[in-house]
Design a protein around this ligand. Sequence first.
Ligand SMILES: Cc1cc2nc3c(=O)[nH]c(=O)nc-3n(C[C@H](O)[C@H](O)[C@H](O)COP(=O)(O)OP(=O)(O)OC[C@H]3O[C@@H](n4cnc5c(N)ncnc54)[C@H](O)[C@@H]3O)c2cc1C
Length: 403
Amino acid sequence: MIYDVAVVGAGAAGLMAAIFAGRGGARVAVVDGARKIGAKILISGGGRCNVTHDVVTPEDFNGNRNTIGRVLRTFSVEQTIAFFEEIGVALKREETGKLFPVTDRASTVLDALLRATREAGAEIMSGTRVKAIRTGSSFRLETNGVPLLASRVVLATGGQSVPKTGSDGHGFTIAHSLGHTVTETFPALVPLVIEEPHWIRDLTGTSADVELFVRSGSRRVLVRRRGAMLLTHFGVSGPVVLDISRHWIAARNEDRATTLVANFLPGDSAEELEKRLVAAGRRNPHGTVSSVLRGLVPERILSTLAPPTPLGRLEREERRRIALSLTELPIPVSRDRGFDYAEVTAGGVPLSEIESATMESRRCRGLYLCGEILDVDGRIGGFNFQWAWNSGRLAGLNCANLA
Ligand SMILES: Cc1cc2nc3c(=O)[nH]c(=O)nc-3n(C[C@H](O)[C@H](O)[C@H](O)COP(=O)(O)OP(=O)(O)OC[C@H]3O[C@@H](n4cnc5c(N)ncnc54)[C@H](O)[C@@H]3O)c2cc1C
């Protein structure tokens, strides 16, 4: 039997492609190596699935922003909300701008997508791993079972993050065999590890609002991000760490002297803090650094970085050292926590190798690519799913048009 469209990978992007290809009248098979489909959707957003964000712009992503912008414009956040409403998932916006299902359950999203896929007439085949794809008069998909024939193929195999969900990077090998290049891949949205003993690892569970910056060996600030940092038994995590991780990894790969630096008083420099401490000491010489900064920096961090010396007795050098440690603390990160703990993959098939209007490959006619397999990664907040919804829908619409 020849399908019009075979979608490889039933994750967020693949299910979206299958729904829109099926609705467009194509005879669709969507195959996934995993026995249980949708593991990544189920673990997303801490089990709540952060479906999208109330404002999504190309600047929320790393990758070719012109192409990303063109793809984003085809399906706005409002249209995404309406689509989910239509398939039975009402979304709510949280204070941070993130949108979640009102049920607070990722399974609501997965169940609705699977239902919509079936209603669109697409056949879902779980436990069917695609080993290779051969081209000819049609595509021949070699699987762990019987081969599948299809006129068009949508490759939606994701990246390499959390490989036990089924996204183990084999899609990159398939894309390569069909004429694509694959840029170097590395974990993104990943916690960072401090290997040697360090006080940060002793303060597990402490969370602080910080500004993090990646500083090159020549002390140039390459990237800044602000948000919550969580201190853990292995190093650092939390939204701001996840967001900056891919920038630290990329810079560190280029220059071993790259450092990650934390400011526990975002917006304040060491000089400003010193001035503040001098002024506070004049008003109350018995006060301490901790009493001045109470409520601004977590108590456990203050008691580690600032001695209880009264401000009136604090030597200039000591004051300078404390101000620097609170505003420019180097975090001795030795490595990232790897793909097992990364939410996304940085790198992949370059966007320049696909038609952004259709998601069709420029290297292999009849092949479409969407989702995380492409060289796009978004910041934390629902942006990676929005990329999957947009690019998957576009691939599905366009491969069905030829049916
Ligand atoms: C812990 C975690 C939490 C996250 N939370 C969020 C969040 O809240 N919001 C957000 O926007 N993003 C989140 N993300 C990122 C988001 O889940 C991904 O960017 C998105 O799921 C990518 O969709 P995809 O369809 O491209 O790939 P995937 O979802 O990875 O799907 C790819 C599918 O292809 C299948 N497959 C792979 N190779 C083969 C093969 N050879 N043959 C057959 N099938 C194959 C896999 O089994 C898999 O089901 C999170 C990620 C993780 C890991």
